[in-house]
Ligand binder design. Structure first.
Ligand code: DGL
Length: 260
């Protein structure tokens, strides 16, 4: 079974790619909506939540865990890899491909404060961005809007404009989505950028990496039924809406509210 977790519904954008690539696998997804957002929480608190959720997923027989949250990856993946035997796959803003493809020499990154503080991001930036200008934009408030299902609302577009306009003005030709909630806002982002900026969503690459690790670790799929279970520690309505926009056939009983 593939366990997935995020601070909330954002990781559904990663489940979408995993499920698209491996539809016969069993998935258990945990949205930690009761504790969302993680973006400006102290590292210790995020580690505590990540540990509890990982224990829960392992009890449910997870063979591998995808930390479908850039912020939780930045804060906790080292700790999780040290303390649990199952393999963990994490998220990281995809600045490397953006830098490689950029013609203008300017790249925008939209992420949470926690992700920008993380050593994963800082190391990648130091390693690859010597000759490129990186415009870092913290997306405060966007996670909360997605959590409340406000994907197409005017207020969401206004906030996105506030964050993205300076990135466009700086001459960026790529925008890296460094938070798994943001792919749900891609339509609005395309409108704001007039389709003139390449948007980079790392989720497809993370799904491929997960498949690779499953193969390397010989994780057996022979008993799999292709079940998808979605658990939320808080509100579950937005998750139902987003999951069903990807697969309308997921039944009511596969959505569970539970304290972890
Ligand atoms: N989806 C999380 C991420 O990728 C959102 C973080 C938050 O809860 O603030 O960073």
């Amino acid at each position: 079974m593939i366990g997935i977790f995020d601070s909330g519904v954002g990781g559904i954008s990663v489940w979408k790619e995993l499920y698209g690539l491996m539809p016969h696998q069993d998935f258990v997804y945990v949205a930690d909506s009761a504790y969302c957002p993680y973006g400006r929480k102290p590292e210790g608190e995020i580690i505590e939540r990540a540990e509890k959720i990982s224990k829960f997923l392992i009890k449910k027989n997870a063979d591998i865990i995808v930390v479908a949250c850039n912020t939780a990856t930045a804060a906790a993946i080292k700790y999780l890899r040290l303390h649990f035997a199952v393999p963990f796959v994490g998220m990281e803003p995809a600045v490397k491909p953006a830098i490689a493809e950029s013609k203008s020499g300017t790249v925008g990154v939209l992420a949470t404060a926690g992700t920008f503080k993380g050593s994963l991001y800082l190391n990648t930036r130091t390693k690859f961005a010597a000759n490129v200008k990186i415009i870092e934009q913290t997306g405060d408030g966007l996670v909360e809007l997605v959590e409340s299902g406000k994907i197409h609302e005017h207020e969401t577009k206004l906030l996105l404009q506030k964050y993205i306009n300076p990135v466009i003005a700086a001459g960026a030709d790529h925008l890296v989505l460094g938070c798994t909630h943001y792919p749900f806002l891609i339509e609005a982002i395309k409108e704001i950028t007039n389709n003139k900026i390449t948007i980079i969503n790392p989720a497809p690459a993370v799904a491929l990496q997960t498949q690779k690790i499953i193969n390397i670790n010989n994780i057996s799929t022979s008993k799999n039924l292709g079940t998808n279970i979605f658990i939320s520690t808080g509100n579950i309505e937005t998750m139902k809406m987003l999951v069903r926009s990807i697969n309308p056939n997921i039944s009511e009983q596969n959505f569970i509210m539970q304290n972890i």
